[in-house]
Design a binder for this molecule. Structure first.
Ligand code: KG4
Ligand code: ZN
Length: 359
């Protein structure tokens, strides 16, 4: 079914139109980064207001460029995220679906990230999801490996504290390098020496063998080291001193090392046919290169979404909606509920209960 996707869970307003085969006809993202940049983080009330202003504009643009008359399904992010922002999106999508008598599908934001490695740009159909797939979801809110098998997804580990993207954002903010931090660090790290600083890996008590992550100690150490090598905030964010560039390169190398550390063990345990990554941090160039090299070494196929679809977008929401609708899972536009927190748990070791998907 030709689907309209709407995503407003955080600070990107996004609208997409997908053909029935999952090919992306239209994908527009209106970033609010500039509005939140002075606060070095997302201001929820500002975000909701921006969504309210941007959504009608984006929808009109979609109509002008590809026409919405043929849309057969509306998919919208219902959570987790900022509740005010989610309410704007779900109310808008519900009203639109109701007025046009179209089926509505509420989609979990993470479900969107999980299908994004199977999407293509430039009109190519979405790939069939090859299962079992091991997918690393790394964003501002998540750092977990998931196993996708028989249409179900199961978290295999989680972070005990900060998410990977959150650490990029907090380090960049503390150094005065701007927001969001991931793309800034990615760019600056290129000019630094990643072997200059070494960081000790956290010792996590992990009796269940879940191979969990922990990033907050690294964050504190990097910020403290930055204070030792230069005055903060750095004077010229576009040209920090070489010691800061080296620190950022070492920091990024460490995050990538730690994110990939559980990979071999998880592959041995679950024997996936493909390994994928998604979420904003999956746009990181070092992470992408390292994953591709790992795939070359092991012979296991590595799937990465186009960089434009790693961060929040509505194409992934439309795709997840299509897959749900194909399973007969549609919602009532008169009472679709948004939820700020995940109703499923990511705290699952090998013995943990998989709860994702049961809303
Ligand atoms: O998936 P996303 O757009 O939103 C969430 O669902 O959280 O991810 C945003 C996160 C931010 O923390 C941002 O700093 C990070 O992804 N990010 C990156 C890169 N691009 C975005 N982190 C590292 N390297 C990048 N190139
Ligand atoms: Zn996201």
């Amino acid at each position: 079914m030709r689907a309209l996707g709407i995503e407003t869970s955080c600070d990107e307003t996004a609208v997409a139109v997908l053909e029935g085969d999952g090919s992306v006809r239209f994908n527009l993202i209106s970033s609010q980064a500039a509005a939140h940049a002075p606060y070095l983080g997302v201001v929820p009330e500002l975000a909701a207001r921006h969504h309210l202003e941007s959504l009608p504009r984006l929808l009109a643009e979609a109509d002008r460029r590809v026409g919405l008359a043929g849309v057969e399904l509306v998919a919208v992010t219902r959570g987790p995220g900022l509740i005010g922002s989610l309410l704007v999106g779900t109310c808008f999508a519900s009203a639109y679906a109701w007025a046009r008598r179209l089926p509505l599908v509420g989609v979990d934001h993470l479900e969107g990230h999980l299908v994004s490695p199977f999407l293509n740009l430039e009109g190519t159909p979405a790939g069939a999801s090859t299962e079992p797939a091991l997918t690393l979801v790394i964003s501002g809110g998540h750092s977990s490996y998931f196993l996708l098998d028989a249409g179900k997804s199961r978290p295999l580990n989680r972070t005990r504290d900060d998410a990977a993207g959150e650490v990029f954002d907090k380090v960049a903010a503390a150094l005065g390098l701007g927001y969001p931090g991931g793309p800034v660090v990615d760019r600056l790290a290129e000019r630094g020496d990643p072997s200059r600083f070494a960081f000790t890996a956290p010792r996590i008590k992990d009796p269940a063998g879940a191979l969990d992550f922990s990033f907050s100690g690294l964050k504190t150490t990097v910020i403290r080291t930055a204070q030792e090598v230069t005055a903060l905030p750095v004077a010229d964010p576009a040209h920090p001193p070489q010691a800061v560039l080296d620190l950022l390169a070492s920091f990024q190398r460490t995050v990538v090392d730690w994110l990939l550390a559980p990979l071999d063990e998880l592959v041995a345990r679950h024997q996936p046919r493909v390994v994928a990554a998604s979420g904003g941090v999956a746009g990181n160039r070092e992470l992408r290169a390292r994953l591709v090299a790992w795939g070359g070494r092991t012979g296991i196929e590595v799937l990465l979404p186009p960089v434009a679809l790693t961060t929040d977008n509505a194409a992934m929401i439309a795709r997840a909606g299509q897959l749900r609708a194909a399973r007969g899972e549609v919602d009532d536009p008169r009472c679709l509920k948004a939820y700020p927190r995940a109703p499923w748990k990511t705290a699952a070791g090998p013995g943990g209960k998989p709860t994702f998907g049961k809303l």
